[in-house]
Design a protein. Sequence first.
Length: 352
Amino acid sequence: MARLRSIAALAAAALLYGGGSLTGQPSVPEIPFEADADLLKTPADIHVGEVAGVGTNSKREIFVYTRTGHPSATLGDNRTFARGGSRLFQFDSAGRFVRELGQDVYGFNAAIGLRVDPQDNVWTVDAAANQIVKFDPDGRVALVLGRKPEAIPVRPAAAAAGRGSATTGAGTPGSTFSRPADVAWDRDGNIYVADGMGSNNRVAKFDRDGRFVAQWGTTGTGPGQFNGVKAIAVDAEGQVYVADAGNKRIQVFDAAGAFTREFAGIGTPLAMCMTRGSTPFLYISHAGDEDGMDDAAIYKVRLDGTVVGRFGTAGKRPKQFGLANSIDCRNERELLVGEMTNWRVQRVTFGR
């Protein structure tokens, strides 16, 4: 019996990681690709650290939200974090440095994600500040979601007057995040936040003006439950795709949060992006272990969950990946992949 259980476990692992199946289906095909691992060119005094998020706008300009910054910290500092803080850089389409945005922004602590919306606004997602900041195309702060934890206890006037208890500036119920990881939008501009790397394990929905609308999800393994909401995407019909990392699956919901389906076979989803056009695809990076050096494949998946192929291995060399925490696929045949452990952005290209 123990031998049978062992065989079953090995078969399940093969199914999960694309190594074959009990029905004799072939392994997931490898997708040929090329990569430029020396894409970003910075001035001598500026360094790119762990790349938490990368995205491009309609002009093919590149934006990078990276965990880097000055090495010292003081109480109340915007970069008070063990890894040195975070910075937002802009590069041209060839990878040449253009400028830094958001210097000394209050919500920059521990970068975890970045997206560029269809209107070329840049959105940063910060796991330590528990905030999402929207920058307009000119680099001005246009919207802030979430509430950064206070550095010192806050005692509201109502509590001081005996009408309630002291809080830490939690904000409107439902609008406060716990280590958010990603953001997406539907065609009406509604905002969806993957808020599940802390204690919330939910998707939070806001209207286009940043007003909290709804939320769904609890901790668990069943439909509509999550174990680490890591990435999110919305298709043209308004269906919401959620990377449920701990449960090794993608769950799909309608715009109101009703569960519709799920699919696996993509390992532990770490980052996800959706292409545009008449036949959209998902590109999903897989995190094999804590530092991404066990397996680091990126999967190409149809919206029905069919895995088309995969590419890349774990490592430090070009065409290898180390914790691919962000993927930009505005151009389906030219992806940008941001890596945490390798401190870089690779431009991945496919054959025509």
